[in-house]
Design a protein around this ligand. Structure first.
Ligand code: GTP
Ligand code: MG
Length: 435
C-alpha cells in the first residue's frame, strides 16, 4: 500500500491514545505529538500540522456532547482534521454530456505526464468509452514513439507529427484527423528551457483550443513543494484535475497530498508504478480511514456525529417553536462552519432555494465579528433585540471594538433570519432533516 509509513505511524498514534483509560492532559499532548511527528515525517507542511494540533487542543477544552467520552470526542476531531488535510471529497474526471471531451495533460519535465496519460486512456477504454490520444510534445525526442509503445497493446489510436514543431498547429491538424471518439487526451511537452516558456506554451494551447479541462500531473516525490507547482500552473490555466504520480516510491506522499488539497484542486488519481495499470482512484475519506485502521473508529465517528445531530435537533425544535434569539442566530452562523451542517440546512429549505456560493467562508468570518459583538451585550439585550436603541448600540460597539455599522448589520441580519424562519414555518415545502 502507498504511504505505508505514514499509515502505520498514525495508526499507532490512534491505537496508543485509544488504549488509555482516560484522556488526561498528558495523554492528549502525547497523542498530538505522535500525530505531529508522523505528519512531519511524511513532509506535511508545518502550518497545516500546527493547525491540526490547535484544533485538537481546542476540542479538548470543550465539553463533549452527551453520551460521548472525552477520548472519543478527541479521536473524532483528530480524524476529521486529517480528512480536511488530506482532501475532503472524492472527485472524478467528468466526461459526461454531448461532444468530444478534450483533456490537456500538463506538468513539468519528467513529472509522469506521458505515462499517466496512457494510464488514464486505458481506464476510459475499460469503461467502454472511445478514446484517442494526440502527442503534442514537440520537444522530447521520441515522444510520439513513447506514447505509441504504451498504447499500441490496447489498440488506442495515437496521433502525431514529428515534423511539426508548433503544438497549436499540430493539435488543430490532428483533431481534423481524429474520428469517432468521446475522450481526446492531449500530451504536452515538459522540456522547455525554463518555466516561463513552458507556462507560455500551456497558456497558448489552452487559449487556442478551448479544451474542456487541464489535468495537472505532479511528481509526488517533491513533497510539499507540490503546492507551489499547483499554484504556478493554476495561474496559467484553470486546472480541472490533479494527478499525483510516483506515490509508490516516496515517503513524502502525505506532504504532496496535503499541499495539493490546500490549494483546493481535486486530486483524482494517484500513480503507483510505471505500468499502465498502476493508477488508483483517490478517495480521501476512504484513504484516511484505511490509514488509521483503528478498529472502532467507525463506531466513534457514528456516535459523535449522532450526538451532534441530537444537539442540533433540540435547537431546531426550540427555534421552530418560535424562540429564536440573537444568541441562537450567532450560534447558527458559527455552526455553519461545522462539517455536514450546511447540507442539513439545505435539506430544510424548499428545493427551489439554494444557499449562495461562498456562504460557508463568509459566515465563518462574520461569525467571529458577531460573536465579539454579542459578548459585549448584556443578558437582557441578548434575549430581546428589540430594546437595542442607538445609545445601547453605541455602547456595544465601543465595548466590542467594532463599528456601530457592524452592530446594526448584525441586528439587521438577525431580523431577516427571524423573518425567514417565520416564513419557512408557514411554507409547505419545509422539510426537517430530523424527523
Ligand atoms: N514508480 C513510478 N514511476 C513513474 C510513475 N509515473 C511515471 N513514472 C516514471 O517516471 C518517468 C517519467 O515519466 P514520463 O511519463 O515520461 O514523464 P513526462 O512528464 O511525460 O516527461 P517529459 O515528457 O520529458 O516532460 C518514467 O520513467 C516513468 O516510467 C509512477 O506512478 N510510479
Ligand atoms: Mg512526456
Amino acid at each position: 500500500m502507498v504511504l505505508e509509513e505514514l499509515s502505520s505511524a498514525l495508526r499507532e498514534a490512534f491505537r496508543k491514545f485509544a488504549s488509555r483509560p482516560y484522556a488526561e492532559e498528558q495523554a492528549i499532548n502525547e497523542f498530538i505529538k505522535d500525530i505531529q511527528r508522523s505528519l512531519l515525517k511524511a513532509d506535511v507542511e508545518v502550518g497545516l500540522v500546527l493547525q491540526l494540533s490547535d484544533a485538537i487542543r481546542k476540542t479538548a477544552k470543550e465539553k463533549p456532547p452527551s453520551g460521548v467520552s472525552k477520548k472519543e470526542q478527541i479521536i473524532h476531531r483528530a480524524y476529521t482534521e486529517l480528512v480536511n488535510i488530506l482532501g475532503r471529497e472524492k472527485s472524478t474526471i467528468d466526461v459526461s454530456g454531448p461532444g468530444v471531451k478534450k483533456l490537456l495533460f500538463v506538468g513539468i519535465q519528467g513529472s509522469g505526464k506521458t505515462t499517466t496519460l496512457a494510464k488514464v486512456a486505458r481506464l476510459f477504454q475499460k469503461k467502454g468509452l472511445k478514446v484517442a490520444v494526440i502527442c503534442a510534445d514537440t520537444y522530447r525526442p521520441g515522444a510520439l514513439q513513447q506514447l505509441t509503445q504504451l498504447l499500441d497493446p490496447y489498440g488506442i489510436p495515437v496521433y502525431g507529427n514529428e515534423e511539426e514543431k508548433d503544438p497549436v498547429r499540430l493539435i488543430k491538424d490532428m483533431i481534423k484527423q481524429v474520428k469517432d471518439c468521446k475522450v481526446l487526451l492531449i500530451d504536452t511537452a515538459g522540456r522547455h528551457k525554463d518555466e516561463k516558456s513552458l507556462m507560455e506554451e500551456v497558456k497558448n494551447i489552452s487559449k487556442e483550443l478551448g479544451t474542456d479541462a487541464a489535468v495537472l500531473v505532479i511528481d509526488s516525490t517533491i513533497g510539499q513543494q507540490a503546492r507551489a507547482q499547483a499554484e504556478a500552473f493554476s495561474k496559467t490555466v484553470p486546472i480541472g484535475y490533479i494527478i499525483l504520480t510516483k506515490m509508490d516510491g516516496t515517503a513524502k506522499g502525505g506532504g504532496a497530498l496535503s499541499a495539493v488539497a490546500a490549494t483546493g484542486a481535486p486530486v483524482v488519481f494517484i500513480g503507483t508504478g510505471e505500468k499502465v495499470e498502476n493508477l488508483e482512484e483517490f478517495d480521501p475519506v476512504k484513504f484516511t480511514s484505511s490509514l488509521l485502521g483503528v478498529v472502532d473508529l467507525k463506531e466513534i465517528i457514528r456516535k459523535v456525529e449522532a450526538a451532534f445531530s441530537l444537539e442540533d435537533e433540540e435547537r431546531v425544535k426550540a427555534i421552530t417553536r418560535g424562540r429564536f434569539t440573537l444568541e441562537d442566530f450567532v450560534l447558527q452562523v458559527e455552526a455553519l462552519g461545522r462539517p455536514g451542517i450546511l447540507s442539513s440546512i439545505s435539506k430544510m429549505l424548499p428545493s427551489s432555494t439554494k444557499l449562495p456560493e461562498g456562504w460557508e467562508e463568509k459566515s465563518s468570518s462574520m461569525a467571529k465579528v458577531w460573536r465579539s459583538i454579542l459578548d459585549s451585550m448584556n443578558r437582557e439585550e441578548r434575549e430581546d433585540a428589540s430594546i437595542l436603541n442607538s445609545s445601547r448600540i453605541k455602547r456595544i460597539a465601543k465595548g466590542s471594538g467594532r463599528s456601530e455599522k457592524e452592530v446594526r448589520e448584525l441586528i439587521k441580519q438577525y431580523a431577516l433570519a427571524k423573518k425567514m424562519i417565520r416564513r419557512m414555518k408557514g411554507a409547505r415545502g419545509l422539510r426537517t432533516p430530523f424527523r
